[in-house]
Design a protein around this ligand. Structure first.
Ligand SMILES: CC(C)(COP(=O)(O)OP(=O)(O)OC[C@H]1O[C@@H](n2cnc3c(N)ncnc32)[C@H](O)[C@@H]1OP(=O)(O)O)[C@@H](O)C(=O)NCCC(=O)NCCS
Length: 169
């Protein structure tokens, strides 16, 4: 099985939306990615391709630390999706690892994620509240952070791109 993980191309936006709709119960995540893309908020947006088909996608968008101007540049990982038939074969792990590497190459200092600790800790994510880093929805253990550039983590409240405000969890 030869999976290629690479940046998305502009002729793949519909296929990416289809992958997102196949794994999430509503259209929200597909719309979120479209909005983030249109508003140039995406730092990194990768696809997993198998024999010409898009089978996975990961997005990273800029985040800010509330009240901190000119602080370290951070990104939020969301959403991550792998087509149901391709799950549990390491595709998600490749997307996360290569996504983090791409963020690092772009000078991103830290990445946050709101998700299953059991899944994300294998990629170096740690509970954000250990560093005094909070999110806007009060999540505790599920809110995690990974430092890509030493010294980039600052205590404070992380603000995701405004497009996330439309999401109803
Ligand atoms: C989460 C997701 C991206 C993982 O992709 P994947 O390609 O199946 O992941 P990998 O093959 O790298 O890893 C699979 C392992 O991850 C772990 N895992 C997967 N989902 C998990 C979860 N929600 N919680 C904890 N561990 C999880 C399991 O240990 C699994 O191993 P198993 O197959 O032996 O059970 C995929 O399941 C998916 O698209 N889910 C629906 C959308 C979603 O929940 N996205 C994440 C939030 S934005």
């Amino acid at each position: 099985m030869k999976i290629l993980v690479r940046p998305e191309h502009s002729n793949e936006f519909i296929a990416i939306g289809e992958v997102l709709r196949s794994v999430f119960p509503t259209d929200q995540e597909a719309q979120l990615v479209e909005q983030l893309r249109q508003h140039s908020r995406l730092v990194v947006s990768l696809v997993a391709e198998l024999e010409g088909q898009i089978v996975g996608h990961i997005a990273f968008s800029f985040v800010q630390i509330a009240g901190l101007l000119n602080g370290p540049v951070g990104a939020g990982l969301a959403p991550l999706a792998v087509s149901p038939v391709m799950q549990s074969r390491g595709v998600g792990a490749r997307l996360v690892r290569e996504g983090l590497f791409a963020c690092e190459r772009k000078g991103i200092g830290f990445v946050v994620v709101l998700g299953e600790p059991g899944y994300y800790k294998r990629f170096g994510f740690k509970q954000a509240n250990r560093f005094g880093v909070e999110n806007e929805c009060g999540a505790t253990d599920a809110f995690m952070i990974s430092e890509l550039k030493t010294g980039s983590i600052r205590a404070g409240r992380i603000l995701y791109a405004p497009e996330f405000a439309e999401l109803t969890v």
